[in-house]
Design a protein around this ligand. Structure first.
Ligand SMILES: [Zn+2]
Length: 112
């Protein structure tokens, strides 16, 4: 049985900080690298995004609003699924592997 919990405000802040750091690294990198060393800059963009998405994937699980099934998603799904935010917190538009319904699915945090 997977141990999951609701994400806290701290988790949201951590996510935002990581995303801002990534944007900062790209911006600063663009300034210093883009003209002469664009391939290094491209590498920073790709590796940074991969690390960010992988970190998000490792940390989160999803609970189907229809059948309650709790599941993980792949790197590619995490990268490409529509994301959003409402009063209840963060969500992704995902297809449940259990009931195959496509729904706004709440993001939960993995604890164990
Ligand atoms: Zn389901």
């Amino acid at each position: 049985m997977k141990r999951v919990t609701e994400p806290t405000r701290k988790d949201y802040i951590q996510s935002i900080v990581y995303i801002l750091l990534y944007i900062l690294a790209i911006s600063v990198g663009a300034y210093f690298l883009l003209l002469k060393y664009w391939y290094i800059w491209a590498l920073v963009v790709v590796v940074g995004l991969a690390l960010l998405v992988n970190w998000h994937k490792e940390k989160t699980v999803y609970s189907c609003p229809i059948c309650g099934y709790v599941y993980e998603i792949s790197f590619l799904v995490d990268l490409t699924a529509p994301h959003g935010f409402d009063r209840d917190g963060a969500w992704l538009l995902l297809r449940c592997p259990n009931c195959h319904e496509r729904h706004k699915t709440k993001v939960l945090k993995r604890t164990g």
